[in-house]
Design a protein around this ligand. Structure first.
Ligand SMILES: Nc1ncnc2c1ncn2[C@@H]1O[C@H](COP(=O)(O)OP(=O)(O)OP(=O)(O)O)[C@@H](O)[C@H]1O
Ligand SMILES: [Mg+2]
Length: 299
């Protein structure tokens, strides 16, 4: 088995005059979960579709499970799970029928009933796909990607349109796959989702990689700042501490620090000494969303 699930080198893709991808290089380890982020039109779907073998590259090399996705054939497809950004499924078939149909394409494969249970569609097994809600259809898409026991899964916006409970179910399904060692390349505009699921993120913008790394390490040294906030109703002045900045809005005090443990100790000592309570105390690392907005200039 290839040590890498995906390797992309100097990938470029043009649609006529539109340069959708330009000199994109990255790798995904086996059993790694990588999030592809970027604004609308950044090139995420194009990248994923090239990896799936559904689109050709204009130049550069692409290896998926050690093979060229355009030539990997059935042997490669058998090991991939795919959730497209928009998939067309026969609306006349029932949920159970489509899952059984797709299961027939794969070997080894999972039990369709087990997969329907896993994505929360067991109760809808006999419903025609055309009669499902948008979020339920999305879950059918996920079921179809899971039924073949993939070694590598591509998820293009797997939870768009799902209600919060269904999103969390999908997260659990993805976490179970991660535990089983399935490599996953996913895109999402929900940054909390990517922060929760992905070990590493790659940010595309205008067809180029603009940042890459673990969530929390993306936007350079500034992202090492931890924000501490609390409501202060007492009368004592704030203690001296390793603050990078301090702000006060009414009773709400917000401090930024690079030394969260030391800062917290100082605040707790101060509160104990003065009797001033630290109400609604929050200690927060920058979220992936904040990092992302910083990187993409909030556009
Ligand atoms: N079939 C196509 N023909 C021509 N241009 C295309 C085609 N598909 C995509 N593009 C263009 O390529 C660029 C990248 O599109 P892509 O779908 O990869 O973006 P994306 O990052 O997936 O965006 P989104 O977040 O909206 O899904 C866009 O400028 C888009 O207009
Ligand atoms: Mg897309």
């Amino acid at each position: 088995m290839a040590k890498e699930a995906v390797r992309v080198e100097h990938l470029a893709k043009s649609y006529g005059p539109v340069r959708a991808l330009d000199d994109v290089s990255f790798a995904v380890g086996e059993s790694e979960v990588v999030g592809l982020l970027g604004p609308n039109g950044a090139g995420k779907t194009t990248t994923i579709e090239i990896l799936e073998g559904m689109r050709s590259a204009s130049s550069g090399t692409v290896r998926v499970l050690g093979r060229d996705p355009m030539r990997g054939g059935r042997r490669l497809r058998n090991r991939l799970g795919i959730v497209l950004q928009s998939a067309g499924i026969d609306a006349m078939l029932t949920v159970a029928e489509v899952v059984r149909l797709y299961a027939g394409f794969y070997r080894p494969r999972r039990s369709p009933a087990e997969v329907l249970e896993e994505v929360g569609l067991a109760a809808n097994a006999a419903t025609r796909v055309g009669q499902l809600s948008g979020g339920q259809r999305r879950r059918v898409d996920l079921a179809l990607a899971l039924v073949g026991e993939p070694a590598l899964l591509f998820l293009d916006e797997p939870t768009t349109g799902l209600d919060p409970a269904a999103r969390h179910n999908t997260w659990s399904a993805i976490e179970r796959l991660r535990e089983r060692g399935v490599a996953i390349v996913m895109t999402s505009h929900y940054l909390d989702e990517v922060q929760h699921l992905a070990e590493r993120v790659i940010v595309l913008s205008g067809g180029r990689i603009v940042a890459e790394g673990a969530p929390g390490s993306l936007s350079g040294p500034a992202s090492a700042l931890t924000t501490i906030s609390f409501r202060h109703t007492g009368s004592s002045g704030l203690p001296a501490g390793p603050w990078e900045s301090t702000r006060r809005a009414g009773t709400l005090v917000t401090l930024e620090t690079r030394e969260p443990l030391e800062a917290t100790r100082i605040l707790l000592d101060w509160s104990g000494r003065t009797g001033d309570a630290l109400e609604e105390l929050e200690i927060r690392r920058p979220s992936l969303e904040e990092e992302y907005l910083k990187l993409t200039g909030g556009r």
